[in-house]
Ligand binder design. Structure first.
Ligand SMILES: [Zn+2]
Length: 351
């Protein structure tokens, strides 16, 4: 982040075997090697303990990816990723079904307290323009319902706080949702905007199965070339060679979301300065000059370069060089080493 770099974290092990961190099985072996004893401790803890973690990071910082990998290690029966954005979209769907709408309204009648009449909220939900912000009091009531459905799992809460005035709510969130007396922790993610920008610009999606990939950062196995443009072919057999496509607007990268990113940065900085709640600080970038000391080569995000040789597409890879928000030449880490850092810090935070 500008003017505020999070601490660097060492995950390097001398003579480590090479891992392909995009492969689920190899990833498990990797986690075992790098954080085996901490994973054991956490598993022990999760047998009858739980926690709430507030995930704070800029849009597209990989919050969902980290939570998913964490659940991959500790089990979906123990860990839930609760995205407030997904939750609100779910509510939109409920409103289309008369029976579910009835249930929702009766729940809110009992559980919503706030400054805007419930009728107005329902009306604005039904005619929703995506830019419209829902009051924090409503988000809290809905989150409470969602959390009671999760039956005591540990929760990664993603998308709350979303605005500066919600930070204080998050300090009392545990009490507000009647959660068990289990610890809560803030997980703050620092990621260069150049990385977010490249992720958006290079992102392509399969029109059939919606799988998301990246032309230069996470390509598929098969790549086609036509009229000077390289196309990724979806890896899934079901999609029968479908070409992945980029979404309209993605070519602008972070430009359309600069305002959102600035708010997110304000949130991160405010959360960073909070007292009394444990914080886990995750950093996505590692300065190039420190990389050799801190990380193994396979933990660095590679850049894939596609070239045409005759009529065959040839792809080579090299460490992707970028700069962080303070102008330092940096590499971007693959998600697994960041998750290793998260696991180790969580063990400390939960004691
Ligand atoms: Zn597909």
């Amino acid at each position: 982040m500008k003017d505020l770099d999070f601490p660097l974290f060492k995950t390097k092990i001398e003579n480590s075997p090479e891992f392909d961190l995009t492969d689920a099985e190899q990833r498990m072996a990797y986690f075992e090697l790098k954080a085996g004893s901490e994973i054991q401790k956490l598993k022990e803890y999760l047998k009858d303990g739980s926690f709430i973690a507030y995930l704070l990071g800029k849009k597209n910082s990989g919050k969902g990816t980290y939570a998913k990998m964490f659940a991959e290690i500790f089990g979906k029966d123990k860990i839930a990723h609760l995205s407030i954005g997904d939750m609100v979209r779910g509510v939109d769907k409920e409103l289309e079904d008369p029976e579910k709408k009835e249930e929702l309204i009766s729940f809110l009648k009992e559980n919503y307290r706030g400054f805007i009449p419930l009728e107005d909220i329902i009306e604005s939900l039904e005619s929703r323009s995506t830019t419209k912000l829902l009051p924090s009091e409503l988000i809290l009531a809905l989150a409470k319902r969602e959390i009671s459905r999760l039956g005591g799992k540990s929760i990664f809460l993603d998308g709350f706080p979303r605005e500066l005035d919600q930070v204080s709510y998050s300090l009392f969130f545990r009490d507000l949702v009647n959660y068990r007396e289990d610890p809560d922790v803030m997980i703050l993610i620092d990621i260069p905007e150049t990385v977010i920008d490249a992720r958006i610009k290079q992102r392509v999606i399969c029109p059939l199965c919606n799988t998301s990939r990246s032309l230069t950062l996470l390509p598929t196995k098969k790549i086609e070339h036509e009229n000077g443009v390289f196309h990724l072919i979806c890896d899934s057999n079901d999609c029968e060679g479908a070409r992945m496509v980029s979404k309209e607007g993605d070519e602008y990268g972070i430009d359309p979301i600069r305002e959102r990113l600035a708010i997110d940065e304000g949130l991160l900085k405010k959360a960073f300065s909070l007292y009394g709640i444990p914080k886990v600080l995750l950093r996505n970038d590692v300065p190039i000059e420190k990389a050799n000391e801190l990380v193994n080569d396979y933990e660095i995000t590679p850049e894939f370069v596609h070239e045409l040789e005759g009529s065959v597409v040839k792809t080579t890879q090299k460490p992707w060089e970028t700069v962080n928000d303070n102008g330092t030449p940096s590499y971007s880490l693959m998600p697994p080493p960041v998750v290793v850092s998260m696991i180790k810090q969580l063990v400390e935070a939960l004691n």
